[in-house]
Ligand binder design. Structure first.
Ligand code: NI
Ligand code: MN
Length: 229
């Protein structure tokens, strides 16, 4: 058994964790101009929702309703999803963890915002720290770099997934600082090249990560899958 991660473009990922299918921040075609598939073409047992912005939650209800997936998110977003008709949720908050069927998952701090598409209060944004299959994976969600990433990294990360798009999140430069706090074995970038506003040169980013940090940088093309070793 192992953990694999597939990039659907922007901040949307599909993880297979010991046979369980997880989708992180459902945002598929046509909402997501980078995504190769629509929400009708993916399966999920669990949906991990980092925050309430439309570029992360646009397809959550559709995916949740069709698949019956359990949505894991902050309490406010789970309550909001219940009012929209999807009641199979598990509300959490920053610093808390829970043993799900696929592994223990903690919500982590994110330095961002979390308003929902209809203007409702979306609680605090977060990330996820997943311990499963003898691996530790950190999905930061949308965030700036913050020095408490050192606390997250202290547990020993096999993989960190970080945004590099700039403007709405940390920049490539900011991610270098984040990697130095987190010390992951491997880092995968996301939240870039969705629109011109977040255009980045991922190969230039990779060269800097390789030269300036201890992490191995893995740049996925949209649709690529990486196996956490
Ligand atoms: Ni956001
Ligand atoms: Mn975003």
């Amino acid at each position: 058994m192992s953990i694999t991660i597939k990039w659907y473009g922007h901040g949307t990922y599909g993880l297979e964790v010991g046979g369980h299918k997880l989708i992180v921040d459902p945002f598929f075609a046509p909402h997501n101009p980078a995504a190769p598939v629509s929400v009708d073409e993916v399966e999920a047992d669990f949906i991990l929702q980092t925050h309430g912005h439309g570029d992360h939650i646009a397809d959550t209800l559709a995916l949740g309703q069709r698949t019956g997936a359990l949505v894991i998110s902050n309490f406010e977003i789970c309550t909001w999803l219940g009012k929209q008709g999807h009641e199979n949720t598990h509300g959490m908050n920053i610093g808390g963890g829970y043993q799900f069927d696929f592994g223990r998952t903690e919500m982590t701090l994110a330095l961002h915002s979390s308003g929902l598409p209809d203007g409702a209060y979306g609680g605090n944004p977060g990330g996820f720290l997943i311990r499963a299959e003898d691996r530790v994976v950190y999905l930061s969600g949308d965030t700036a770099v913050f020095s408490d990433m050192a606390l997250i990294g202290a547990v020993g990360l096999d993989l960190a997934v970080l945004p590099i798009g700039d403007n709405f999140t940390m920049s490539p430069e900011g991610s270098l600082a984040a990697i130095k706090y987190l010390h992951p074995r491997v880092v995968i970038p996301g939240h870039y090249n969705t629109w011109p506003l977040v255009a980045q040169d991922a190969n230039a980013w990779r060269a800097r990560v390789q030269a300036e940090t201890d992490a191995e940088a893995v740049v996925l093309q949209v649709g690529d899958t990486y196996t956490v070793s």
